[in-house]
Design a protein around this ligand. Structure first.
Ligand code: PLP
Length: 402
């Protein structure tokens, strides 16, 4: 896999800021955004970055500068987005399983809201009636995404209101005079197949006539980016073309046109990020050679949580002879990053770069084993800037009652 940042830039960052370290390449985010925006310029489209992937406010500010909007999954993400300078009209809040008070907070902030339960929808109707246009998250009963843990639209998923409950939705809307502006689906993550989006739209076509005030179709995120060498990104140009054809071939009564919304997370920030860790111990057990790094599942949980593949390079010894290593962390728990992975010869003290660490990397980090969360650095116009300090011992005690 080609490095987007050079080995030297990454090694310089490791030297200057220490390890473990998250490094983000700003221009790579912009490149991904522009690719998506240009592909979807053939339709009336708004893109909302699903900031659950990475919420550092410096990254949010940068994404705002590119012209992108932001999608939030908690009211605190909404507050971070506003803090980063997004206008409420650029912020979308897609809730799930939350107390109604959180939706009220989002409504007080004036952001777009998608609701994912009949219970919340009814409460919303009772409080706001027709005065606050709102979206409904539909569960389309479609199986999609890289694996079950990241599939969200299937018929046993907790997300959204099942499409077969249309009658109850309609009753709630009618009884409370709700203004349904948006229908939303998000079927999963790591989706490469454009037909999944087409299937989702076809499910929504059945619903559209039931919501005469509809203005927006929100198809969520989930665009695949390559993690393993040889994998390919979803072809967004073809995807946009297919989606356009699907709408063109199925004109809605009265020739009504909808705005399309998307909520990409990984597509925008996965590849911009690297986690850098130092090899602390080499342990040759005869059968397996372990390389332990000064990090673990506390900093990058995706391999253990999702069996996710993260490409690894030994950036300290790029010419070293290839050998098989099992790369682990230092956590008191099995925290394997890669098993029997071919890597350039590793020496203790070498720096390993973990790729695709921008999305759901730092964001899912914890202080497990009372270890510090890493620092974060953004490289923009070739200049490395610290955007989050490494934890210190005081941070571990900060909220404890002493
Ligand atoms: N939208 C919603 C509602 C989500 O739940 C998610 C991810 O969980 C996303 C967008 C972003 O998904 P991805 O990072 O795969 O693009």
């Amino acid at each position: 896999m080609p490095l987007q940042l050079s080995r030297e830039e990454l090694l310089d960052a490791a030297r200057e800021f220490g390890t473990p370290l998250y490094v983000y390449h700003a221009e790579r985010i912009k490149e991904q955004y522009q690719k998506l925006a240009s592909a979807f310029s053939i339709l009336d489209t708004d893109i909302f970055y699903a900031c659950k992937a990475l919420t550092n406010v410096n990254v949010l500010r940068y994404i705002r500068e590119t012209g992108c909007n932001v999608d939030c999954s908690s009211v605190n993400e909404v507050k971070l987005a506003l803090h980063a300078g997004f206008a409420p009209s650029q912020v979308l809040y897609t809730s799930n399983g939350i107390a109604f008070s959180e939706i009220e907070e989002a409504a007080d902030a004036g952001v777009h809201i998608n609701i994912d339960s009949l219970s919340n929808l009814e409460q919303f109707g009772k409080k706001y009636g027709h005065s606050y246009p709102v979206g409904i998250r539909i569960r389309p009963n479609i199986m999609a995404g890289g694996n079950l843990k990241i599939s969200t639209g299937h018929d046993t998923s907790k997300f959204g209101i099942p499409v077969n409950q249309l009658q109850q939705i309609e009753e709630t809307v009618r009884q409370n005079n709700l203004f349904i502006r948006t229908l939303h689906i998000h079927t999963g993550s790591d989706i490469k197949d454009a037909d999944v989006f087409v299937q989702g739209i076809e499910v929504l076509f059945e619903l559209i006539p039931h919501f005469p005030e509809l203005e927006v179709i929100d198809l969520g995120g989930g665009f695949k980016v390559p993690y393993e060498p040889g994998e390919e990104e979803i072809n967004v140009t073809q995807l946009a073309q297919k989606i356009k054809e699907t709408f063109d071939n199925h004109p809605v009564a009265g020739g009504k046109k909808f705005r399309l919304w998307f909520e990409p997370g990984k597509f925008l920030v996965s590849e911009c990020g690297y986690m850098l860790a130092e090899v602390t111990v080499l342990k040759d057990t005869g059968a397996i050679e372990f390389a332990a790094v000064n990090s673990g599942l506390n900093h990058l949980i995706r391999p253990m949580m999702y069996d996710a593949y993260h490409h690894i390079e030994n950036i300290s010894n790029p010419g070293g002879k290839k050998k098989l290593y099992t790369v682990t962390g230092n956590i008191c728990e099995t925290d394997t990053f890669a098993s029997n992975r071919e890597l350039n010869e590793i020496r203790e003290g070498d720096i390993l770069a973990f790729f695709n660490a921008g999305a759901y990397g730092f964001e899912m980090a914890s202080n497990y084993n009372s270890r510090f969360k890493p620092a974060e650095v953004m490289i923009r116009d070739g200049r490395a800037q610290l955007i989050r300090q490494r934890d210190t011992f005081d941070d571990l005690l900060r909220k404890q009652v002493l």
